[in-house]
Structure formats: C-alpha cells, structure tokens
Design a protein around this ligand. Structure first.
Ligand SMILES: [Zn+2]
Length: 310
C-alpha cells in the first residue's frame, strides 16, 4: 500500500470517475488515476478500487478447480479454525445461534462452524466450487444466489461471515447496508479480506513502480473470472464498517501462506513452468520463517452491530 498522497506510482494523472463509485465509499473524496487504467485511488485516504470485470474467456491462465481446491484447502481450514476460536472469545456458546456464510464456495467454513455448534446456512452464486460431501451429510442448507437476494427480507442472523468475498462485490455500500439489515442487534459480522498493508502487496507495488506489473495484477486477480474490485487496509476496513453502525472488536490473525499445499497453490495456475514454479517454491520456503513476522496479506476482523438485543 502506498502511504504517500501521490498516486500509486507517484504520478497524479487526472481525476477519474470509477464505475461503481462516483466518490470514495470511505471518505467521499474524488478519485485520482494511477498508472493502471483499471485502478483508481482516493485522493484523500488512498483507498483503492478497480473497474476490472471477470474474463474467463480472455484469460490465458487455465485454472483447474480440483487443483485449486487442493492448493487452498489446508490453509483455508486452518484460518477458519482461528476465526471460530476468535469468535468463541466473544460468543461463549454457539448452540442455538445461526450463521450465514456469504460466498461459501466448497463449504469448508460451514462444516467447521456447524460442528462447533452453529446452525449454518451458505450462499454461493457459482457452480464452479464443488461442495464438500459433508455439507449434504450434515444437512447444511446452501442457497444458490447472491446476498442479500437469497435471504428472506426479515431473515436475521447471529453471525454473517464473508471469507475472501467482500473484495469481489460490485457495491460494498449496499452490501454493508444489507449486513446491517440481516444481523441481529448486538450480533456479529466477520470480514476476511486481502490487505493492502501486507508484505506481498507492498512488494508488488514496488515492482510495479519499475514496470513489473504481473505480481500486482495477480493480487488484484486481473484477467481471472472474479477479480478484486476493492483493496482494503485494516484502517480503511474499520472506518468503512464503523460508519454503518458496527463496532470493531479486534483482529483475528490469519496466515497468508503455508508450506503445506504451497506447491499445489503455485502450480494451479498452469502458466508457470516447472522451473519457474520450483524457483518460486524454493524462494518462498527460504523466506518463510520471516513471512510470519511481516505484515499479513490477509486481514480478518470481527465487528459487532450496535443496538439493544430484541
Ligand atoms: Zn477516501
């Protein structure tokens, strides 16, 4: 994340209007352009938005869903356990509480949360992620559709969670308003998003200054089916959510990378050669002990809706 008040590259080009947001959704300031036509930055608070659209046909990266799932499963599940542990510190008993997982993908969080005591419901618009067999075995309801349309108007939850979903939404303002409507008073919202303060994001920004754009484009998931449309820092996320009647309760520290599953994660984008993949794996393995000390590229926070219990 760039801390200066200049644009991403230091060159302020012009004031630009972004498709979904006339002004910054966090501080209402106008946009400025960056070196990338698809990326704009707030002229006041530096919040980043893209106007990328999903392009499964134009992508040169061939994603194998099974490989992707294998690559991500271990890391995701470990992080999901940490989220539930963090929630347990705030909500001692999950029994009798209902939880909505928006964009539940394979349903890995749902199965862990249901085992922990929640009554879980998932929403998933895409048919690409194959649901974990445990979902049907455990009788967990997964609705096909989008939030909040897949919910009944009066339906409310004790917990709503977005795991790597919020940054893909076309309008974060209407999404957070819908969260406010569908979360019970004094109940909880969990947002797990990529962080523009993270080590890898900052490295990618520095490389982009020297014309090496690939890593930054990859972090935004440019030319992939579901690109990122916003990129938060922890401060941006808190400021944004607080403005809609939620109190931040604290970060749940998550891991960005794990050696287990790393090879699959590197290889699931088949564009990389074996030599390049091997080189990347060795470099990451060598610096791995230091990565945990660096700012994380994933940020997760639990928020509580204000208001008296019903
Ligand atoms: Zn702003």
């Amino acid at each position: 994340m760039v801390r200066s008040k200049k644009s991403l590259t230091g060159f302020v080009l012009s004031v630009k209007k972004v498709m979904s947001y006339r002004v910054c959704p966090i501080c209402s300031s106008p946009w400025r352009s960056t070196q990338f036509a698809w990326l704009s930055q707030c002229s006041s608070c530096d919040f980043l938005v893209s106007d990328l659209s999903g392009s499964p046909e134009s992508t040169t990266e061939v994603m194998c869903e099974a490989s992707r799932a294998e690559a991500l499963k271990y890391l995701r599940q470990e992080n999901f356990k940490k989220i539930l542990k963090g929630l347990k510190n705030i909500l001692p008993s999950f029994t009798g509480k209902n939880l909505l997982d928006v964009g539940c993908a394979h349903g890995w969080f749902l199965t862990l949360a249901q085992k922990a005591g929640f009554h879980c419901i998932g929403i998933e618009p895409s048919s690409a992620p194959q649901l974990d067999p445990e979902i049907s075995q455990m009788g967990i309801e997964v609705r096909c559709g989008y939030f909040p349309n897949a919910c009944e108007k009066s339906e409310q939850f004790d917990v709503i969670v977005f795991n790597d979903v919020f940054e893909h939404l076309p309008d974060i303002r209407s999404a957070i308003e819908a969260c406010r409507d569908h979360i019970k008073p004094k109940s909880f919202l969990i947002l797990n998003v990529p962080s523009a303060k993270g080590l890898f994001y900052r490295l990618a920004v520095q490389l982009a200054r020297f014309g090496v754009n690939g890593p930054l484009e990859r972090l935004w998931q440019k030319d992939l089916p579901s690109p990122h449309l916003v990129y938060f820092t922890p401060t941006h996320l808190r400021d944004f959510v607080k403005a809609y009647g939620f109190s931040p309760l604290g970060e749940v520290p998550l891991e960005t990378i794990s050696l287990k599953g790393l090879w699959s994660r590197i290889r699931y984008v088949s564009q990389l050669s074996i030599v390049t993949s091997s080189f990347l794996y060795i470099v990451i393995a060598m610096i791995f002990p230091f990565i945990n000390w660096a700012p994380r590229d994933t940020y997760c926070e639990i928020f509580q809706k204000k208001g008296d219990p019903l």
